[in-house]
Design a protein around this ligand. Structure first.
Ligand code: C2E
Ligand code: SIN
Ligand code: SIN
Ligand code: FE
Length: 383
């Protein structure tokens, strides 16, 4: 049994340092399956009126379908209702421990949902559903194990000792889950705030409904495929939406002019880079610091023919080089007041042709490696 407590303690330590939700989910299910010697395990997170089925692992199905990962299907919501097992546990806070899924006594309010078994030609027998409660007793979700086996490999009813071990594990898990959910909500709301404020500053500009979200996600994807770590990718996601904030200082008559700009108007327009970096001066955190650099350098060109400073090659900060592609890809692939939308093939040909001229070659490579994801974002945030 020492071994089991070691595992729980190890998990506890890992959970207190591991803040990424996906990894948390995975480790919670993995460890509890090991401890309870279970074929399968899943995790549901409670939302307002549904339980989101987040992750499912099942070693039998993994073998059968030759799967490497633990996710057998995309997460989907199930009803938060006493009529199904996870729903019952989530609404009452009770542990549900079932010997045979197909022989649940008639007097129980819940039934076994056999869609999973049917779909995968699987046979669920024993089930253990344990609520994940935080310190205040609020139920965050359900940890569910299926087909626990004894030492000789037979599927058995979960015994008291196992139930209490999993309960201990679930209370560790709940606390770290709560922290991770709070951290994620905070990040999401920060990003939403950035998008809203930037949109407010562009309120009079008819062209840019989802320009900000697309451009921000493109920047993240390019940096990911260039090999930058997640921290940098997130900085790109948060900082790049502010790249054109200086346009707030460009007169509307120029900004929304349907046709080409005169030389004088061009000069004024180009100042949006300097004005942006003024607005973002004295940065007090890494996001604003990066946003400032981006605002100033996203129109520099690799060949030194850009503005405002005519920086060349690696003199241009990498974040500016990444945003340059994200910005131009978006400007070309949708319509603007002053130009039509280009066919996708022409946009791609343009970017390829400007590799090493307008654009940094490494960044162009990252762009093409990430193209599939980039096109998904484009489809998601259509005008
Ligand atoms: P934007 O509309 O967001 O465009 C960003 C960048 O996308 C442009 O930076 C340019 O590098 C690229 N781009 C956009 N349209 C075209 C195009 O038709 N052909 C090519 N080759 N590249 C294109 P740029 O040129 O420094 O312009 C910065 C901003 O100045 C633009 O942001 C837009 O707000 C404004 N602007 C540029 N040209 C015109 C124009 O002819 N009329 C008006 N009203 N505004 C313009
Ligand atoms: C917003 O509501 O402005 C943000 C939308 C988003 O996060 O995609
Ligand atoms: C933007 O790039 O956010 C605005 C583009 C425009 O003004 O046309
Ligand atoms: Fe710009």
């Amino acid at each position: 049994m020492d071994n089991v407590y070691d595992k729980i303690i190890q998990l506890g330590l890992m959970l207190s340092s591991e803040m990424k939700l996906d990894n948390l989910f995975k480790k919670i299910v993995e460890t509890s399956r090991e401890i309870a010697n279970s074929e399968g395990g899943s995790l549901y997170i409670k939302r307002k009126n549904v339980l989101d089925f987040i992750i499912s692992q099942n070693e039998v199905l993994e073998k059968k379908f030759n799967l490497k990962g633990e996710v057998l299907f995309k997460p989907y919501p199930i009803a938060l209702s006493k009529e199904n097992i996870a729903g019952y546990a989530a609404l009452t806070g009770e542990i549900v421990n079932i010997k045979d899924a197909y022989k649940i006594p008639k007097d129980k309010p819940y039934r076994f949902l056999d869609s999973f078994d049917k779909k995968f030609e699987y046979k669920t027998r024993s089930i253990l559903a344990i609520p994940l409660k935080d310190r205040e007793g609020t139920i965050l979700g359900i940890l569910q194990l299926i087909n626990g086996r004894n030492k000789s490999g037979q599927v058995v009813h979960y015994d008291k000792g196992t139930v209490s071990l999993i309960q201990t594990l679930a209370s560790f898990a709940a606390i770290s889950l709560k922290n991770a959910i709070l951290a994620k909500d905070l990040k999401d709301s920060n990003l939403s705030t950035i998008y809203r404020l930037v949109k407010a500053s562009e309120y009079k500009d008819p062209d840019t409904a989802h320009h900000i979200e697309r451009m921000s996600n493109y920047s993240k994807i390019i940096s990911k495929y260039m090999g930058f770590d997640e921290e940098f990718q997130d900085l790109m996601l948060y900082a790049s939406p502010m790249h054109d904030i200086g346009k707030i200082g460009v007169p509307d008559r120029i900004l929304t002019k349907p046709g080409p700009l005169t030389v004088e108007e061009r000069k004024v327009m180009n100042k949006h880079t300097i004005m942006g970096s003024d607005i973002l001066k004295n940065p007090d955190n890494p996001i604003i610091e990066m946003a400032r650099t981006i605002a100033l350098t996203h129109h520099e060109r690799w060949d030194g023919e850009g503005y405002p400073k005519k920086l060349k090659g690696e003199e241009i900060p990498i974040e500016g080089r990444i945003c340059a592609i994200a910005d131009v890809f978006d400007a070309l692939s949708v319509k603007r007041v002053y130009k039509k939308e280009w066919p996708m093939q022409e946009v791609l040909t343009y970017i390829e042709r400007e590799r090493g001229k307008q654009f940094c070659p490494y960044t162009v490579d990252g762009f093409f490696k990430g193209l599939e994801e980039i096109l998904e974002i484009k489809a998601k945030y259509k005008e």
